[in-house]
Design a protein around this ligand. Structure first.
Ligand code: F6P
Length: 469
């Protein structure tokens, strides 16, 4: 992607987090999460503007530049962090948008804080966006921004991409502020989703809630139109391959295998520690397989990386406690001196260390109950330049639509998950290589660059249509 859209206009990105955050020593390091991982390398290549929060409460630095990217911080107070970020975004919207896996908290103070932070983003964007430029807003934390920005700046082309699932009508309509959120998104020229199902849920929702006329993927409302479409996000395949090919990575991969006791099979999980990811589920499946003798603790080990996230939210604290108890139980029962059977890291690892781990992983377990896409699944395939390795993938991850050469599984079915793990562990080399080659062909066909290009081209078309209608 260049810093201009396909029609040559400048682009401004808005996301809750800036692509960098302060590390312990005060220096800027990449922020967590797939959104940043996907967008930052593109912007870094070409320069561009990114509006977002540093991740620290009450942090209000002057605009600054990192690696050629112009960063415009939005200050968020400690109270707003509790109400807007931990509260409305991650304790109301997040569970609701993920199949209501946990109960949502609906609280008017949280909603007010969400509104006012969204207003702050819209005000900053209205100020920094050059005439007729393109603003690309990201994710569920900022769903009111398109509407608020449209009121201030009718000249702009506004796109929105939702990185997480959009829920079915019956779930979305539980939200006391459902009309405001749906209307906020209609401030866009184009709203993009991960899967066709998400786009269909959104269209059905606005059809039920608002006074709109729908024609295919175009929604007409109040004299304007908004287009809707699916644009499954991907990764920077070349970057992962380059890291995976490097000598340092190869050495690190061998070292990791040796440190784990050179087991026959290393099973790997890499997730933010989130209750949507099904970490406990896969640990329980692993334990059951050891208990039944279908796996052998002297030959099969598991590595689970769980990245700290949203630690102040109670559902996350509960999930962490339950996972750590499980790891302790499994290790207590099946480990040998100096050789734990589950290696658990509650840490955020540097990207090159992750790629080395992917390479060491013979079987990758990606078993969310619900996930917008899951870029870890794609990163694993990109890292396996050796053409080997098996991906076990939940049918409820957006990535399952594309990565059909994975061993697809319904994670709600305990027995099916156990069987899928055994199938992956015992898979014949020929089949493993065939499937990995299919996975790698698929991700090469649609990397993050292609994703952004497709979205921005469709956004240009949508804004032209809006202006002409
Ligand atoms: O895509 C889901 C998402 O919430 C992104 O918006 C975010 O960048 C990432 O996960 C990490 O979450 P958080 O910013 O809450 O740590």
């Amino acid at each position: 992607m260049s810093e201009t859209s396909s029609s040559g206009r400048p682009i401004i990105i808005a996301a809750n987090r800036l692509p960098v955050m302060r590390a312990d020593g005060g220096q800027w390091t990449p922020s967590p999460g797939g959104l940043v991982r996907a967008l930052y390398p593109m912007l870094r290549e070409s320069g561009g503007t990114w509006v977002g929060w540093t991740g620290e409460p009450d942090d209000d630095p002057e605009p600054f530049t990192v690696e050629g990217v112009d960063l415009r911080p939005i200050p968020i107070s400690a109270d707003e962090m509790t109400l807007y970020y931990e509260g409305f975004s991650n304790d109301a919207l997040w569970p609701l948008y993920h199949d209501a896996l946990r109960e949502s908290t609906f609280d008017n103070d949280q909603w007010q804080a969400y509104r006012s932070v969204n207003e702050r983003f819209a005000a900053e964007l209205a100020e920094v966006a050059p005439d007729e430029s393109v603003v690309w807003v990201h994710d569920y934390q900022l769903q009111l921004v398109p509407g608020l920005l449209r009121e201030r700046r009718p000249d702009l082309t506004i796109g929105f991409f939702l990185h997480i699932p959009f829920p079915p009508v019956d779930l979305f309509t539980r939200l006391p502020w459902r009309d405001q959120i749906a209307t906020g998104l209609l401030g866009c020229d184009l709203v993009g989703f991960q899967r066709p199902k998400d786009a269909a849920n959104f269209v059905a929702t606005v059809d039920q809630l608002l006074d709109v006329a729908i024609d295919g993927n175009t929604i007409a409302h109040g004299g304007r139109t908004t287009s809707v479409g699916e644009y499954p996000i991907s990764i920077d395949v070349a970057e992962v391959e380059e890291i995976a090919t490097g000598r340092a990575t190869r050495q690190r991969t061998s070292q990791i295998r040796a440190r784990l006791g050179d087991p026959e099979v290393i099973m790997l999980g890499v997730d933010r520690l989130d209750y949507t990811k099904g970490i406990g589920l896969r640990l329980r499946a692993f334990a059951r397989l050891l208990e039944d003798g279908r796996l052998d603790p002297t030959r099969h080990v598991m590595v689970q990386v769980a990245t700290p996230t949203r630690e102040a939210v109670e559902h996350y604290q509960d999930e962490r406690a339950s996972i750590e108890r499980l790891v302790g139980e499994i290790n207590g029962r099946f480990s040998r001196i100096g050789l734990p059977v589950v290696h658990y890291l509650y840490q955020s690892l540097p990207y090159d260390e992750l790629v080395a781990l992917y390479r060491a992983g013979d079987v990758m377990l990606v078993t969310p109950f619900r996930d917008g896409m899951n870029l870890v699944a794609k990163e694993y395939a990109a890292a396996h330049i050796d053409g080997d390795g098996v991906l076990v993938l939940s049918e409820f991850a957006g990535a399952a639509d594309e990565l059909t050469d994975a061993v697809l599984v319904n994670p709600h079915d305990e027995r099916a998950l156990q069987d899928a793990i055994v199938e992956a562990v015992e898979m014949h080399r020929h089949e493993r290589r065939g499937r990995m080659s299919g996975l790698r062909d698929q991700i090469r066909k649609s990397d993050v660059q292609g994703w952004a290009d497709r979205f921005l081209a469709a956004l240009d078309v949508a804004s032209t249509t809006r202006k002409e209608s």
